[in-house]
Write a protein that binds this ligand. Structure first.
Ligand code: HEM
Length: 423
């Protein structure tokens, strides 16, 4: 059976549209071709986009041996390392994921929240008032410190400063246009063999290994200490290499994504009638609802990908091995039958019983055995940081026009960095 139809423009034009304006590109194709359509981008195999929650359910609950996710993230291997949970598939992935789930279980969040609140409180207090301020970089500073202190367990302020500096340099260098291009075109094997990133990674790895040694000798209640205490089924602990790779993975997966979600929530809230006042009146409950609504309307990642290892039937479509299937977070979140007036920002949708909060209708964190490990952690950060912000300041948009969506790597960010004026 042929793949479902999709946009007929040349591959190069589809690639440009996907990179420059993924949202409108998907919406147009969805209007024209329906809930499953095929797009062709870059040198990738055909990508079958899925916009219906039932099709998405089939992908998320399908056999992980058939639906690989790790390979699609392969370009990150030189940075994250071979043991990264993001890059593994099948039994190896589950083996690693099993050890990482407990520190991120919902029941652990209460133990982390006070430190997150303290970090937010201190940083927000130092932000300038009365002048235009881009929130995105400020939110990144908060979420970076959260990763370093709550996840890595850094206590010493000199170590905190040097890790902060070295990590920022690393992230800036590696996510720069030329580096990303080099990674995508040369492929991870060549990059690893040529040790292109070695000068950038070495100073970071040194500090990570120091941190691992220190927490091993003197554990705390941070995520790293819990990972050090965890044991695989055969009784073995995680090796230093595994620990290093997973720390790097948690940083890369959890730092900018959460900062972007925070920035988008603020961008939408300051433009919603009485949005900020509602945040100030509604405490953490409203903050969480606003964060969820922002993740619905402005998902940080517009799709997730699975690579079919064998012919598979999804939503009645017989798809050949080698196809990429992409549950479209963006399109599912804009279905009018699930979210009336879908393009309006209305945090109230997520207050109370969350009538439309079905499992495969709100999917900013993906799903199934690959669902975001940090989902509860990210929601806790959204709650705590937004509530702290609302407690300290009033906020207004720096300019009336809404911010366009820009691309930063694979994430979708507010084009002006969520510019506001605080008072
Ligand atoms: C609002 C912030 C965040 C968003 C929108 C987000 C979104 C996602 C998405 C869409 C996936 C892929 C799921 C799939 O393929 O089905 C993912 C995976 C992952 N995320 Fe997040 N994430 C966020 C924050 C975090 C945080 C704070 C952490 C950890 C501290 C984290 C750690 C991970 C890890 C380790 C994976 C890989 C899971 C696996 O492959 O088994 N994320 N995230």
């Amino acid at each position: 059976m042929p793949l479902p139809p999709g946009p007929r423009m040349p591959r190069a034009a589809q690639t440009v549209a996907w990179i420059a304006r993924p949202g409108p590109f998907m919406l147009r194709a969805h209007d024209r071709y329906g809930d499953a359509f095929t797009i062709r981008i870059g040198a990738e195999p055909p990508v079958v986009m899925l916009a219906h929650p039932e099709a998405v359910r089939q992908v998320f609950t399908g056999d992980p041996a058939l639906l690989h996710a790790g390979k699609a993230n392969g370009v990150l291997r030189p940075l994250l390392g071979r043991a990264s949970v993001l890059l593994l598939d099948g039994p190896e992935h589950l083996r690693q994921r099993k050890l990482m789930l407990p520190p991120f279980h919902g029941s652990r969040m209460a133990g982390y929240r006070d430190m997150v609140a303290a970090i937010a409180r201190e940083q927000i207090a130092s932000w300038p008032r009365g002048e235009p301020l881009a929130l995105a970089p400020r939110m990144q500073a908060i979420t970076l410190d959260v990763v370093l202190r709550v996840i890595f367990g850094v206590r010493d302020s000199a170590r905190l400063r040097s890790l902060r500096d070295r990590l920022r340099t690393m992230v800036d260098r590696i996510t720069s246009g030329p580096s990303m291009l080099a990674m995508a075109s040369a492929g991870p094997d060549l990059i690893e063999r040529a040790r292109i990133f070695r000068p950038t990674l070495k100073p970071v790895d040194e500090l990570l290994h120091e941190q691992i040694r220190e927490r091993r000798d003197d554990p705390g209640d941070d995520v790293l200490s819990l990972l050090l205490a965890a044991r695989h089924d055969d009784g073995s602990p995680m090796t230093d290499q595994e620990l290093r790779d997973e720390l790097m993975t948690l940083l890369v997966a959890g730092h900018e994504t959460t900062a972007t979600a925070l920035a988008w929530t603020a961008e939408r809230l300051v433009r919603a009638p009485a949005g900020w006042a509602a945040l100030q009146a509604g405490g953490e409950e409203y903050a969480e609802a606003a964060g969820k609504e922002a993740l619905r309307l402005r998902p940080v990642l517009p799709i997730v990908l699975r690579h079919l290892q064998a012919p598979t039937t999804i939503a009645g479509l017989d798809l050949p091995a080698g196809t990429l299937v992409a549950p479209s977070i963006y399109l599912v979140h804009r279905r009018a039958e699930l979210y009336p007036e879908p393009s309006r920002f209305r945090p109230e949708r997520f207050l109370g019983d969350q009538p439309q909060g079905g499992t495969y209708t709100w999917i900013p964190f993906g799903g199934g055995v690959r669902r975001c490990l940090g989902a509860a952690f990210a929601l806790m950060e959204l709650r705590v940081v937004l509530a702290e912000l609302a407690a300290q300041v009033d906020a207004a948009p720096a300019r009336a026009e809404r911010e366009a969506t820009a691309r930063r790597g694979i994430t979708l960010v507010p084009a002006r960095g969520a510019e506001v004026v605080l008072s």
